[in-house]
Design a protein around this ligand. Structure first.
Ligand SMILES: Cc1cc2nc3c(=O)[nH]c(=O)nc-3n(C[C@H](O)[C@H](O)[C@H](O)COP(=O)(O)OP(=O)(O)OC[C@H]3O[C@@H](n4cnc5c(N)ncnc54)[C@H](O)[C@@H]3O)c2cc1C
Length: 410
């Protein structure tokens, strides 16, 4: 009989296995793929934003409703501990803007290699091509049934099967189904960090264009969600990029109450409407003979001028000196709040993180052990909750994996 079976070799499962093995127990790590940590290779656009250098309290805040549950994990295994974990074995990390931490060599593969090397030195036995189908607990022992191979039994199991998105990486919702058969409640699965679909054609016409240093406000009736200043991107179906992804979870919730949400893009967050108007007046005075589309070249990306003037209903070839004050006012208004309509999000499969999952009410926050089934532990994305980008989700996987592995090893 296996002492501890860890299911899923993502960041949560690999960390859990390493910690569990430090107790000198026999630990087997089962992974359905041929390779470990496939999703890690996609993270941070292949560079892996492995954690955030912010204080543990910031992690708690980022996970909003599940933050309280995760508090113990974030304080027990901090981003400093994770940095030390990698750097003590020779993998240097670096801190970039917004305190995001990456491997110094910019390769997500280096994180996977470092974890594999720790698994080896810890004596964890790795079983690839091993997809757990179901498990039940009889007379204090877990019976593990795989899609292929013999039935095994284990004293304890740690479920780290991830979410239900980017399925090609192996995370296709198995963990939720298995946890449910063991009696756990699965909070509804919704996409987090997901691109949004828009109604207007002009948005799609701008596909490929990135707007730097803008601010977005999403509104529906009296509700308003305002982003910080950052970047967004136009795509063939709508909008994406950091500002969109980070607020997408809230928009998905809002879209459950309403069919559409208005998005207002502030293209000049550093300037007040009065400052924009003064600048327009000055430019018109100095370059009155220029067409209006040429005059706007200093204010907008070239690709955006035509659709912008279409929305403003201004002839792009009109001379600047012929622009009326109400048209000038209209330009200023649109530069501060260019509207588009959000009518949905891409499907869960396209979300970087799955929100929802095993209810935190049914897990002990100090050990990650199930409150319903003795000897069953959870770690990583399988647990309800999600955070914006910035390295918070991977730290959640590592910190909960750390607690589950340590506790299972006792
Ligand atoms: C494109 C993309 C970019 C991202 N970038 C970042 C980033 O830069 N920073 C950040 O913090 N987060 C990022 N994330 C989120 C982050 O990758 C996840 O939060 C994290 O991988 C979750 O870890 P996990 O171990 O819980 O699950 P996963 O990494 O999904 O691992 C689960 C593992 O379990 C295996 N498995 C599933 N079912 C079974 C089964 N039945 N039997 C055996 N094995 C099974 C899977 O094959 C997989 O290997 C990104 C996600 C995506 C998709």
């Amino acid at each position: 009989m296996i002492d501890i079976a860890v299911i899923g070799a993502g960041p949560a499962g690999m960390m859990a296995a390493i910690q569990a093995a430090s107790s000198k127990k026999e630990v087997l790590l089962f992974e359905r793929n041929a390779a470990l940590g496939r999703k890690i290779l996609l993270t941070g656009k292949g560079r892996c934003n492995v954690t955030n250098a912010g204080a543990p309290g910031a992690f708690v805040e980022k996970f909003s409703s599940s933050g309280r549950f995760l508090k113990h994990a974030f304080y027990s295994f901090t981003s400093n501990d994770l940095t030390e974990f990698f750097e003590s074995k020779g993998l240097a990390l670096k801190i970039e803007r917004q305190s995001r931490v990456f491997p110094a060599d910019d390769h997500a593969g280096s994180i996977v290699k470092a974890l594999q090397s720790r698994l080896k030195s810890s004596g964890v036995q790795i079983k690839i091509h091993s997809r757990l189908k179901k498990t039940d607990r009889r007379r204090g022992v877990f019976q593990l049934s795989f899609h292929k191979g013999p039935l095994l039994s284990a004293d304890k199991i740690i479920l780290c099967c991830g979410g239900d998105s980017y399925r090609a990486t192996g995370s296709s919702g198995d963990g939720f189904r298995i946890a449910k058969t063991l009696g756990h409640t699965i909070q509804p699965l919704t996409p987090a960090l997901v691109p949004l679909k828009t109604q207007e054609k002009w948005v799609k016409d701008l596909q490929g264009l990135t707007l730097k240093n803008c601010r977005i406000t999403f509104t529906h009736q009296k509700k308003r969600l305002v982003s910080p200043v950052g970047d967004m991107m136009f795509t063939h179906f709508g909008v994406s990029g950091p500002l969109i992804l980070d607020l997408s979870g809230n928009i998905v919730s809002l879209l459950r109450e309403t069919k559409q949400v208005t998005m207002l893009i502030d293209l000049k967050p550093g300037l007040s409407p009065e400052q924009i108007d003064r600048r327009l007046l000055r430019d018109i005075k100095e370059h009155g003979q220029k067409t209006f589309k040429n005059l706007l070249q200093d204010m907008l990306p070239k690709k955006m001028i035509q659709p912008f003037l279409n929305i403003a209903r201004i002839d792009p070839d009109k001379k600047s000196c012929q622009i009326t004050s109400s048209q000038r006012h209209q330009i200023t208004t649109l530069l501060k709040a260019l509207p588009a309509t959000i009518k949905g999000a891409l499907a869960l499969e396209h979300a970087m993180v799955t929100n929802g999952g095993v209810s935190t009410k049914e897990i002990n926050p100090k050990t990650m052990e199930s409150r319903l089934v003795t000897g069953l532990y959870f770690a990583g994305e399988i647990i309800d909750g999600a955070a914006p980008s910035g390295g918070y989700n991977l730290q959640q996987a590592f910190a909960t994996g750390y607690l589950a592995g340590k506790a299972a090893g006792i």
